[in-house]
Write a protein that binds this ligand. Structure first.
Ligand code: AMX
Length: 413
């Protein structure tokens, strides 16, 4: 049975050929007009990147390598032997260097967990196989191999980093050892102190899968790809992803949702009427704030990642009061956002639901939630970094314009 690396080595030559043929056939074709508004508007909708691991459809949501979330739920895991050998490989690579432990132990508990996470991941570049191979003059053709090793190390070390941050910041005792006979989700749950709760472990399996990838243009994925394109190693590249994920319009939204829900409860009580909830939502908008967990730059329907978590909640915690509030909000917020008339998508995204599930099982420290998102996002970003190096993706360098230049270009048109 081939290892993951051997399988990749088999696939790469055909994919290089595939890209070559695609470029030969379609390379000179136009991909639609670029509007000046797209330069000012965060490049929304601009075709600009290749990303193979997943594709996001505005109506249908994410597909991982062509498969929807329900399809993945049906199909995974289909290769128990491969899963076991991969779990063992990650367990064997899981230890973090002493100096990275020291960095984390010296962080003040008031430093946001995402900043600590980013520091630790960046510091892992100390032992980067890619950086070392590059210094030794490795050939371009071989880039993907040390990148693969770094990516596997990165993924493998994240549970120890996340567990250490959680225990340091929230005083939850000593970190246990990784169990080489258990899967990644079980080990992550155990390092956080929730390994005994089998439902939480199951939740981690779902959580790690659905947060892993959301095509290439979102801030964390694109930041990782961009920094990787300078041949910065995967630790430096993924550090950039984490810094982007830490923003409130992106991954920090899951923390913001819980803070917003708790504030709502303290303001209007536990079992508030629909009217009172509606008023609170309007007050948020009128205060010039966003409703966290709602809206999306690409999606135009309810996020299937939200639906997958809702199904989990309906099965395991239908009576949880906070889950009921999330359900109540689901019936109210889209109508308010539509009436307010600004948001292009009034429907919930992944972050509207994840915090409620974590809270239910006792992981109540909301400032930590985005760290879990980051652990999962490593899988998607790392996979693309390997493919980018295998396919020889170039340095990213789009053209920027000044407003004066735009005015000049279109002066007489
Ligand atoms: N609440 C209030 N206003 C919202 C809104 C929301 N949930 N979603 C969008 N809007 C507003 C925008 O702020 C913008 O206002 P402006 O014209 O005054 O600047 C207007 O509606 C148009 O925005 P848009 O084109 O619909 O969205 P976008 O592509 O610019 O931004 C997103 C997308 C996600 C940043 C935005 O919907 C938002 O701020 N949502 C709340 C934060 C959130 O949940 N983020 C997590 C997204 C998922 C993820 O990355 N993890």
């Amino acid at each position: 049975q081939a290892t993951l690396k051997e399988r990749l080595a088999e696939l790469i030559p055909a994919e290089i050929q595939n890209v070559k043929e695609t470029r030969a056939e379609h390379g000179k074709k136009s991909f639609g007009p670029v509007l000046v508004d797209q330069l000012y508007g965060g490049m929304r909708g601009l075709p600009a990147l290749i990303w193979d691991g997943s594709v996001l459809d505005p109506e249908e949501g994410i597909r991982f390598r062509g498969k929807t979330i329900p399809e993945c739920q049906q199909l995974l895991p289909k290769a128990p032997e491969q899963v076991t050998s991969l779990s063992k490989d990650w367990a064997a690579r899981a230890a973090i260097p002493d100096f990275v432990e020291d960095i984390l132990d010296r962080c003040p508990p008031t430093l946001h967990p995402m900043s600590q996470f980013s520091l630790a991941v960046t510091a892992l570049n100390h032992d980067s196989a890619f950086a070392k191979a590059y210094q030794q003059g490795v050939s371009k053709k071989e880039y993907w191999q040390p990148t693969f090793e770094d990516c596997m190390d990165l993924i493998a070390k994240l549970p120890n980093i996340a567990g250490r941050i959680y225990r340091n910041v929230y005083g939850r005792g000593k970190l246990p050892a990784i169990d080489a006979n258990k899967d990644y989700a079980y080990n992550l749950a155990t390092l956080l102190g929730f390994g005994e709760k089998s439902e939480f472990v199951e939740l981690m399996r779902l959580y790690l899968t659905i947060h892993s990838d959301h095509e290439g243009g979102n801030v964390s994925a694109h930041a990782g790809k961009l920094v990787g394109s300078a041949l910065s190693d995967p630790f430096l590249a993924f550090g950039a992803s984490l810094n982007g994920l830490a923003g409130p319009l992106h991954g920090l939204a899951n923390q913001e949702v819980l803070i917003w829900l708790r504030k709502m409860q303290s303001k209007i009580g536990q079992n508030a009427s629909d009217e009172a909830v509606k008023e609170y939502v309007w007050a948020t908008l009128k205060g010039g704030q966003v409703v966290p967990g709602y809206g999306h730059a690409v999606l135009r329907k309810t996020d299937p990642r939200y639906s997958a978590q809702r199904e989990f909640a309906l099965k395991h915690l239908p009576e949880d009061p906070l889950f009921k509030l999330v359900g109540q909000i689901y019936k109210i917020v889209p109508g308010v956002l539509l009436e307010a008339g600004k948001a292009k998508n009034p429907w919930p995204n992944v972050d509207a639901h994840s915090g409620v599930l974590l809270t239910h099982y006792g992981l109540e420290e909301m400032q930590f939630y985005t760290v879990l998102f980051g652990v999962s996002r490593a899988f998607g970003v790392a996979a693309q970094l390997i493919w980018d190096r295998a396919l020889g993706a170039p340095l990213e360098r789009p053209k920027s314009y000044s407003t004066a230049a735009i005015q000049k270009i279109f002066k007489d048109k």
